[in-house]
Design a protein around this ligand. Structure first.
Ligand code: ATP
Length: 702
């Protein structure tokens, strides 16, 4: 895994730092509180990025190591900005209150050598710190440890070597060196644009549809061409010495409609690629920046406006908090992330992290395409940027302020409907898509395949870039990841172990995270972890499997229905406030064996179905004509009211569900009140209809 000090995850730093501290001369007193609390006795609450090379470990045929660096944990006790400020004051550390971070003089640089008075940034939400001068970074507990050491030692600074330079494992060092060599190889065998013959440069620009971007702009941003794959190469320069840390390769393909589609690859891999493209060109005194979702957009903005501009490394999919310190110097941030609803939603979410007051958002629209397109169309950039909308909204608005939003929804109905499933066209037909900020309640009989089904439904979305967080309390993450990997590879990997690495490598690229909880959990801890994950990874979808695992911790002498209602209400609030979709698996109440489930079968009161935007039921009996066949019934859909049911066959080898090949059971829409037992379109009616149709078909046949 690629590693520089900037890239180390907190946990990595903690794990690496711990023995180092322990070997220091004056450690004993230090070990008592912060180290034991922060490093050794972390509670089992946290998040785990799926670690490949792990799920099949128990197969015994091959030893796989768990990638410890991919485990991220919640802080011991969530810290607030007030706690951080109080602590810093108690240590006489001066600080300046910034937008997303507190700025303090770096304790890792000697006072006389400080280039900047405040180069240490402490994230106000997590307490995570970064020293821009030395690239030392770590958790809030680490920073406290360091300050304790300094005080104890009566030193006025700490050597950055205390936390840096500890050797990685041999395997990781090899991987890191291999990636560095790869970066160097690509970079040195690419050609600077200024060295290309005029006609070749033009050909490349035509291919990428960037003919309006001048060679001078490409040169200024050090863009190169990698001839073997005809890819543009965007460098990532970082660190105090502005050295080459990585590269992004962009290739272009033209489509039938004369539009160009881009494919990109990064070294190191995208989940450790933290480049803010354009950052080296930003001056220390610059106070304004245009944040874009793509390197080409940054080139366009810079050329058209002369304003500083930086591009996010993974486009609109996330804004990693570790990049926030680099954006602290700007008093005004214009987010111009793209030309679709997804970019618009992302800009609203990112502006919360950046501090609403300084952010303004370019609303996508006919007259405001993405910057590279705007340059091609000769649009007036300064007009677009000036007309961007302040992100801080008032709590009371008039229709005048809403009319553009309403118009945007009307012209982009497909995008507003959300992300479409690739494997479940029937779900698209009924629900129209997967939307942010909604609550889905999913139920089905015990052992009917709820986890297996919802796992594939979520995987499908995750494969399309929906950042996903799993809270699996019933089955452990290794088993869950194994199910998902089987569904991803669509085959039984136990029998094809030689393909394991191939699929695991691809799977590792998915924006998929797991909470490390198992068994009964306290709802507050779960919600805190979800909030933490939304901040760190811009999670769009959380799956909680299942709600019953949060009931045990609550005081059940109180009415247990009231407890469940409280929990559902809390998830509802979370979904709305965090613009994150929550899927909640709930066990049904005990049903008589021969009866199918209905919305009212969901355990508890009506609260679950009232609060939910969507209610999905995995039916074992309805429409079932062969073993293993299930049907999925949508009994509530707040988005447009369509409800319905469709059959699903279970494919055991890949643990996936698919429409029956020659199914005579077609999707049918049910009325909006499916609970009405015998009403038109009800389950009973659906069956009656079927029988009628079958009879009619028979009588027609001679
Ligand atoms: N349609 C199906 N036909 C047969 N077996 C299935 C089907 N769907 C899932 N399974 C298998 O049944 C087992 C239980 O599935 P799963 O854990 O997904 O059910 P569940 O409804 O979540 O269970 P629980 O009620 O305990 O939470 C798994 O081994 C799974 O592979």
């Amino acid at each position: 895994m690629w590693r520089s000090s900037l890239l180390r995850s907190t946990t990595c730093l903690l794990q690496v730092a711990a023995p180092r501290f322990l070997h220091q001369r004056h450690v004993p007193s230090l070990c008592v509180r912060p180290l034991t609390q922060g490093l050794l006795h972390r509670p089992p609450c946290g998040l785990e990025l799926r670690g490949t090379g792990y799920f099949l470990a128990h197969s015994g045929t091959r030893a796989f190591k768990k990638d410890a660096k991919s485990t991220v944990e919640l802080p011991v006790s969530p810290v607030t900005v007030t706690d951080i400020k109080q602590y810093l004051r108690s240590k006489d550390i001066p600080f300046h209150d910034g937008y997303s971070c507190l700025h303090t003089p770096s304790i890792f640089v000697e006072a006389s050598a400080r280039r900047d008075s405040c180069s240490l940034f402490v994230d106000k939400t997590t307490g995570q710190f970064l020293c821009k001068d030395t690239l030392v970074e770590g958790s809030w507990e680490d920073l406290q440890d360091c300050l304790e050491v300094m005080q104890k030692e009566e030193q006025d600074f700490l050597s950055p070597r205390v936390l840096l330079g500890y050797p990685e494992s041999l395997e990781e060092q090899d991987e890191m060196e291999r990636e560095l060599r790869e970066v160097q190889r690509i970079w040195s065998s690419s050609v600077p644009f200024s060295d290309l013959p005029e006609d070749e440069a033009l050909l490349v620009k035509t291919m990428f549809q960037i003919t309006k971007i001048s060679n001078a702009t490409l040169k200024r941003f050090a863009v190169r061409l990698f001839k073997p794959t005809k890819s543009l190469v965007f460098p990532w320069f970082g660190g105090p010495d502005s050295s080459l840390k990585g590269v992004k390769l962009l290739s272009a393909q033209s489509t039938d409609t004369d539009r160009v589609t881009y494919n990109e690859a990064t070294v190191p891999k995208s989940n450790s690629y933290y480049s803010l493209f354009g950052l080296p060109l930003v001056g220390r005194m610059d106070t304004e920046v245009v944040l874009t979702g793509h390197e080409l957009d940054t080139l366009a903005v810079s050329q058209a406006t002369g304003l500083p501009s930086v591009a996010l490394p993974r486009g609109v999919s996330c804004l990693p908090p570790m990049l926030l310190p680099y954006l602290e110097q700007f008093k005004r941030v214009t987010l111009w992330l793209g030309d679709d609803i997804r970019s618009w939603e992302a800009s609203k979410i990112f502006s919360r992290k950046l501090g609403l007051k300084r952010c303004s958002l370019v609303r996508p629209g006919e007259y405001r395409p993405c910057p590279v397109e705007a340059l091609a169309q000769g649009k007036n950039f300064s007009h677009i940027i000036k007309s961007s909308i302040p992100a801080a909204h008032k709590s009371i608005v008039s229709f005048k302020q809403l009319r553009e939003d309403v118009y945007g929804e009307l012209v982009n109905t497909e995008q507003v409907a959300g992300v479409k499933w690739g494997r479940f066209p029937e779900l698209n037909r009924i629900l129209k898509g997967h939307r942010k900020g909604e609550l889905t309640v999913f139920t089905g009989p015990t052992g009917s395949g709820k986890t297996t089904f919802i796992s594939e439904v979520a995987l499908d979305l995750c494969m399309q870039g929906v950042n996903t967080l799993w809270g699996s309390f019933e089955i452990n993450n290794v088993r869950l990841a194994k199910i998902m990997l089987t569904q991803f590879a669509m085959q039984r990997l136990e029998e094809n172990l030689e393909q394991y690495d191939f699929w695991a490598d691809k799977f590792e690229e998915l924006p998929l995270y797991f909470m490390t909880f198992h068994g009964q959990q306290n709802i507050k801890t779960v919600l805190d972890t979800m909030q933490h994950a939304v901040y760190l990874y811009d999670i769009n979808h959380v799956i909680i499997d299942n709600l019953q695992f949060m009931m045990g911790q609550e005081n059940l002498s109180v009415d247990k229905f009231a407890v469940q209602d409280h929990i559902i209400g809390a998830f509802r609030k979370f979904a709305t406030n965090s613009s994150c979709h929550v899927t909640l698996v709930i066990h049904p109440r005990k049903e008589e064996d021969d009866r199918e489930l209905q919305t009212a079968s969901i355990f508890g009161t009506a609260k679950a179905s009232q609060e939910a935007d969507n209610v999905l039921i995995l039916q074992e009996k309805k429409l079932v004509t062969c073993a293993g066949r299930r049907s999925l019934q949508v009994t509530k859909n707040r988005f447009d009211g369509d409800v319905g049911i469709f059959p699903l066959d279970f494919i055991k080898s890949s643990l996936t569900f698919a429409a029956p090949i020659k199914g005579k059971h077609k999707l049918r829409k049910l009325p909006t009140k499916p609970e009405d037992e015998g009403g038109e379109g009800s389950e009973v009616e659906v069956k009656k209809e079927e029988v009628k149709k079958e009879k009619a078909a028979k009588t027609k046949t001679p």
